[in-house]
Design a protein around this ligand. Structure first.
Ligand code: PEP
Length: 261
């Protein structure tokens, strides 16, 4: 049975000191929950993606909870090593304790002009790390959504993003469907529209690629107010949370509501 995912993307926020304070509160709440409920009943996995500079510190803190709390980077570069000033490789994040890497976040695509082609190479690089799983982000902008072009657009992002692994047997993949118009805007997708896109993504990937375990998670203005409805949809396997993950109490509440589904 697939484990649901509740993932936090801290983006360019928090120093090591902030991380220590965050987890002092977050893990205190989690321990409280653990005492009351069997964690097996939750069947959910927590993922944290702090900045590169806090991967090692976060790993140290979450290590005793590794059965259900996992570490992700927010990005990697596609090459293994070499003259790429300022970049970070898959082996580097793996050595910090990561088992996931977010790839192709819309902020990488839009601000840093990452192409689908580069994202495809990064996906291949994640798998070259051995035992690592990418969280591939896809999603349309508002203009495309208004023209009802979201399926075609996302299908193309998936086709190019997964091009280098076509024909291979891939043990595990996470796709984060994050419509750009919903990220950081306070305008989440309607749960039924989310369900339709997740069903579409899932069908497309299953019919085009050989993936052992596929989980399609949703991102875009997820809060305590909408998590239950989103997680109630059969094709929504979890969430990727930006803004609302920065406060440990809020993120704990989101996890609690998601895991109790
Ligand atoms: C994100 O950037 O991945 C995200 C989902 O952000 P937010 O939750 O703030 O919309």
């Amino acid at each position: 049975m697939k484990k649901k995912i509740v993932a936090a993307n801290f983006k360019m926020n928090k120093t090591d000191e902030d991380i220590k304070k965050y987890f002092a509160v977050f893990l205190d709440r989690i321990n409280g929950l653990r005492n009351k409920t069997s964690f097996n009943d939750f069947d959910a996995e927590l993922i944290f993606a702090p900045p590169f500079t806090s991967l090692s510190e976060t790993h140290k803190i979450i290590e005793p909870y590794m059965d259900f709390i996992k570490l992700s980077s927010q990005n990697i570069y596609s090459e293994k090593s070499g003259a790429y000033t300022g970049e970070i490789s898959i082996d580097m994040i793996k050595s910090c304790g990561c088992v996931y890497s977010i790839i192709g976040h819309s902020e990488r695509r839009n601000i840093f002009k990452e192409s689908d082609e580069l994202i495809g190479k990064k996906i291949e690089a994640v798998y070259s790390g051995g035992g690592m799983t990418p969280i591939l982000c896809v999603g349309e902008n508002l203009e495309i959504r208004k023209q009802n072009g979201q399926e075609k657009f996302v299908e193309n992002q998936l086709a190019v993003g997964l091009n280098y692994i076509k024909g291979r047997n891939i043990p595990s993949l996470i796709v984060a469907y994050e419509p750009v118009w919903a990220i950081g805007t306070g305008m989440p997708i309607k749960a039924d529209d989310g369900e339709a896109m997740h069903g579409f993504i899932s069908d497309y990937i299953i019919s085009s690629f050989s993936i052992g375990e596929l989980r399609v998670i949703y991102g875009g203005s997820v809060t305590e107010a909408n998590i239950k409805e989103l997680m109630g949809k059969p094709h929504i396997d979890g969430v990727l949370v930006g803004g609302a993950s920065l406060d440990p109490q809020s993120f704990h509440n989101i996890f609690k509501l998601a895991a109790a589904q």
